[in-house]
Structures are given as structure tokens and as C-alpha cells.
Design a protein around this ligand. Structure first.
Ligand SMILES: *[C@@H]1O[C@H](CO)[C@@H](O)[C@H](O)[C@H]1NC(C)=O
Ligand SMILES: *[C@@H]1O[C@H](CO)[C@@H](O)[C@H](O)[C@H]1NC(C)=O
Ligand SMILES: *[C@@H]1O[C@H](CO)[C@@H](O)[C@H](O)[C@H]1NC(C)=O
Ligand SMILES: *[C@@H]1O[C@H](CO)[C@@H](O)[C@H](O)[C@H]1NC(C)=O
Length: 317
């Protein structure tokens, strides 16, 4: 009799246990169904929706890079983009886009977020605070290393690393790249798109508002174009329309939040002694006290992302 009750009790417990395991299992499946938000890192960028400020700013549906398919611009974007260019353009955007993607890869890039991905990004600014930092190895250990404009690595490897997977430029800041580096064009105007075409074809564009390189060394299959829709998103949602337009560094920071699961930021802000200079240039630039520099709107947002543990900022001191 007692044996029987205890067996029944045992079975009951077992049954309850199985039900609990089933429920836990189900909730786990539920979790995986939402897994567009998840990744294989310890902490995931896209999954970090629990912070209301971050969730309000982070819009995953905004196109990041231009393709034929997503090239149509929202009227608001057209307007904003035209204002940047100093008024409406007589140029035919659709025709330019058509030519672009007859030359360059027409793909949907980086739509591979998911439970099996853990991609790390290093966004490397140009601040003098990199000098003597010995961050080189740390920076090179990232999957993606994103640099801006003319920032060199040769001669500075110990502090800034030697790997560059992406380099964001516009015609006026273009430099040669080795064939493992993606050129990410930041188009402030239609002429910038035409310049990119010219570089790989006729090489006839030698001036924008200033003299530009008519040709650069870049692997054609590595060319990418930041979407004007993304640029407006960074300006209106992240910057709340402060300033005229976002700096290249800040655009690449937000870009990396969207293509990587973990983001580390190097070389933003002033150096230890409060000076504004580039690691590759000893002159002090007081005009640098804009963009992603201390006290600016962009710097404040970068700091907030750091404080909320969405990115790690490496200050070099
Ligand atoms: C476009 O601009 C109008 C007027 O400023 C605004 O009311 C609307 O919400 C904007 N739409 C989008 C999608 O940004
Ligand atoms: C612009 O170019 C597209 C594609 O080449 C063409 O279909 C369209 O008619 C052009 N629009 C104007 C206003 O020229
Ligand atoms: C890339 O550049 C390296 C070094 O210059 C060269 O050896 C290699 O063949 C190039 N690869 C391609 C695909 O062009
Ligand atoms: C950035 O933050 C500092 C310190 O909180 C503040 O004094 C400054 O006004 C902020 N700058 C902008 C542009 O919001």
C-alpha cells in the first residue's frame, strides 16, 4: 500500500516534471522563433531591445547599402538629399543607379543576422588618442575593421592595426585601397555616385567642389554604397537633426550597429591632454571640435551607447 502510494507520488512528480520540461521547451522554441533578434555572441546588438532609448533609435528595417532593388528614395529622403546638394538636381538618379549596378555588385549585403552569427566590428576613428595605445592587435582581432577617409595604417600598426575590411570615403577623401578592403562610398550628392562610375570607366571627373582623384586603386567587386535613406535615418533619428549632416565616423558607427553583433570603438574624441589632433598628423585642429568629438551631439550619443553597454569605447588612456 505505502509502496503503491509512493510510486504514484513518484509518477505524479515525474509527470509534473515532464510538463515543466515541455513548457520550458516550448518557451525556448518561442524564443527561437523570434531569433531574427538573436546572435551567437554573449551579448547581441539587435536583441538588446530591452532598453527603451535604444529601441526607439534602432530601426532595423532601414536599408543600409544601396542596391537596384531598394534604390527608390522616400520623398522626404529625396528632399533632404537635395538640400545637402544645395537644391534640386537635373541629374537622373534612376539612370545613375542603373549604371552603378551594371558595374558593381548588386546584392543585399549583411542580411545574415541570426542565432549562429557572432560578428565583431572595430570602428576606428582618427583621434590622436590612438597614439601609444598599443591597440593594434586588439583592433585586428575583429571580423570587420572599419576606417574612415585617408586614415593610414602603414607606420602606425602598433597602435591602429593593419587590417582594413571597410573604408568609408567620399570623392574628396578617396585613397587607394588594397584588394581585401571594401570601399564604402558615402554619397552626399549624385555627383559622388557619378564620380564612382567615372573612376571605373572614363576617369573624366577630376573636380567636384574641389580637385578629386580621377582614379583610385580599389577592387571593383568590393564596392558598396551607403544608402541615402540610411544617412537620413542617422541624421533624423540618432542625431535628432542636430548639425548639418552626420560625420562619416558617426555614420559608420551606426552602420556597424546594424551589420555587427558586437561593436568596439577606437580613436574617437580628444587625446588625454584635451587636444584635437589626428594620430597621423601632429598639428592641432580646433575645427575638429565638431563631428564625433567631445562635447558634440555625436560624442554624447556615442558615450550614451557606451554607458548602456551597447558598444565599448576605447579611449587610449
Ligand atoms: C515626411 O515628412 C513629413 C513632413 O515633415 C512628416 O510628417 C512625415 O512623418 C515624414 N515621413 C517619414 C516616413 O519620415
Ligand atoms: C531617368 O532614367 C530612367 C532609367 O534610365 C528612365 O526610364 C527615365 O525615363 C529617365 N527620366 C527622365 C526624367 O529622364
Ligand atoms: C590582391 O592583391 C594581392 C597583393 O597585391 C595579390 O597577390 C592578389 O593576386 C590580389 N588578388 C586579386 C583577386 O586581385
Ligand atoms: C553633451 O553633453 C555635455 C555634458 O553632459 C553637455 O554639456 C553638452 O551640452 C552636450 N552637447 C550636446 C550638443 O548635446
Amino acid at each position: 500500500m505505502t509502496l503503491c502510494t509512493s510510486i504514484t507520488g513518484y509518477l505524479q512528480e515525474l509527470f509534473v516534471g515532464i510538463i515543466i520540461i515541455c513548457l520550458v521547451g516550448l518557451s525556448h522554441i518561442q524564443l527561437n522563433l523570434d531569433s531574427e533578434e538573436m546572435c551567437a555572441c554573449i551579448q547581441c546588438m539587435a536583441g538588446s531591445k530591452e532598453d527603451p532609448w535604444f529601441a526607439e533609435h534602432y530601426k532595423n528595417r532601414v536599408p543600409k547599402l544601396l542596391s537596384r532593388q531598394n534604390s527608390e528614395l522616400h520623398p522626404n529622403t529625396s528632399k533632404w538629399w537635395q538640400r545637402l546638394q544645395g537644391g534640386p538636381s537635373k541629374k537622373n538618379y534612376s539612370a545613375v543607379v542603373e549604371t552603378l549596378f551594371s558595374l558593381f555588385p548588386d546584392e543585399e549585403h549583411y542580411s545574415d543576422a541570426g542565432p549562429h552569427r557572432c560578428r565583431t566590428c572595430a570602428v576606428v576613428g582618427n583621434s590622436g588618442n590612438l597614439e601609444g595605445s598599443h591597440y593594434g592587435h586588439l583592433i585586428d582581432a575583429h571580423d570587420f575593421v572599419i576606417r574612415m577617409n585617408k586614415a593610414p595604417t602603414a607606420g602606425f600598426e602598433k597602435d591602429v592595426g593593419s587590417k582594413t575590411t571597410h573604408r568609408a570615403i567620399y570623392p574628396e577623401s578617396a585613397v587607394d585601397m588594397d584588394n581585401s578592403t571594401h570601399l564604402v562610398l558615402v554619397p552626399f550628392k549624385i555627383l559622388d555616385l557619378e564620380w564612382l562610375i567615372s573612376v571605373f570607366t572614363t576617369k573624366h571627373i577630376t573636380r567636384t567642389y574641389t580637385v578629386v582623384k580621377s582614379t583610385i586603386q580599389v577592387a571593383k567587386d568590393k564596392v558598396m554604397i551607403l544608402h541615402p535613406e540610411f544617412m537620413r535615418y542617422v541624421y533624423e533619428i540618432w542625431l535628432q537633426k542636430q548639425g548639418k549632416y552626420p560625420s562619416t565616423g558617426f555614420m559608420m558607427l551606426v552602420f556597424s550597429l546594424h551589420i555587427c553583433d558586437q561593436v568596439n570603438v577606437f580613436g574617437f574624441g580628444a587625446s588625454k591632454d584635451g587636444n584635437w589632433n589626428h594620430y597621423f598628423d601632429k598639428r592641432y585642429y580646433h575645427f575638429l571640435n565638431t563631428g564625433v568629438h567631445r562635447g558634440s551631439a555625436e560624442y554624447n550619443i556615442t558615450l550614451k551607447l557606451h554607458q548602456k553597454n551597447k558598444i565599448q569605447m576605447y579611449k587610449g588612456w
